[in-house]
Design a binder for this molecule. Sequence first.
Ligand code: UDP
Ligand code: MN
Length: 340
Amino acid sequence: MAESGNEAFVTLATNDTYVLGSLVLAESLRRVGTQKKLVVMVTNEISETLKHNLHTVFDDVHVVDLLSSEDFKNLQLLGRPDLHVTFTKLHCWNLTQYSKCVFLDADTLVIQNVDELFDKEEFSAAPDPGWPDCFNSGVFVFKPNVDTYKSLLQFAATEGTFDGGDQGLLNRYFNDWPTKDIKTHLPFVYNVVSQAFYSYLPAFKQFKQNVKIVHFIGAVKPWQHPYNYASGVVTPLPDSGHDAEFLQHWWNIFIDSVQPTLNPAAHTDSPQCLKSEPPTEGLIGQLASLGVDNPVDRSAMDSFHRRMAWEQGQIDYMGEDRFENIQRKLDDAKMKKNNK
Ligand code: UDP
Ligand code: MN
């Protein structure tokens, strides 16, 4: 008979920025009084400093390979080496020291206690609003089992994934989910994806107080929104679809419990930061120094957000992104190159 001590929430972080998400997630779980273990799977890409932070919050920090070489060959055959991050999530089936687990993406936030999820069986998940006959793979109940892991990898190598991510793979693997057993369909409140906030506004207003887990899906993540340290208010980036109230909740936890534990010295120009994918480059250092050297030096953050907006096609032709500024940047870059 499975004991509660043998059950765990599991998340994943393959780089430092997702570590921030996982730290806030863990803190949100502690705040709602979970009785379950908290486990994070990480890869060697994350910095030692942040690994230390993870140890203080999680019961178990589990280092996994991004992908074993043998599997990598399969992925090369598939012509999809980029799937390695996706496949890292599959390592959760190897956590056989736990009898049952709930996987939560590092961009999720727990609002109310969800320990009752452990009464569900593998494979339980909530519908994805984009195509409700598919589940969203940011929250799911599973039973660790090495055979399932191997079978998933084999399946991935032969069948692939229809969306380039783990969701397309898992939906094909657990393909009887839409019709087999309604008990494996988690209510939507267990995985309220941010894009749904505005697509059915009356329902959102009606049921918002029932939300148990928020999932900030998409290219923009909570840690990328502009936050004003002096006022304590986050301003959602336009078009992110993120609800201001839930986003503020994320930032409140981050500022109260995570940000003070970050070490600004460790993250300035840290190579690990540079390893993070753009546009998060250098972000950890900036967040770590919020309120340290000076309370609201937002210049670095501002240029970061300017770049994000640019990448999202929001170009400030009359202001920061006007032609002279771009020309000056190009000239600077040319000069630096010539001086090398
Ligand atoms: N993830 C990660 N590193 C990455 C991308 C993703 O660790 O570079 C993990 C992280 O736990 C993340 C999950 O994989 O929450 C799924 O990715 P994401 O949440 O970005 O996808 P979305 O929910 O936006 O589809
Ligand atoms: Mn996600």
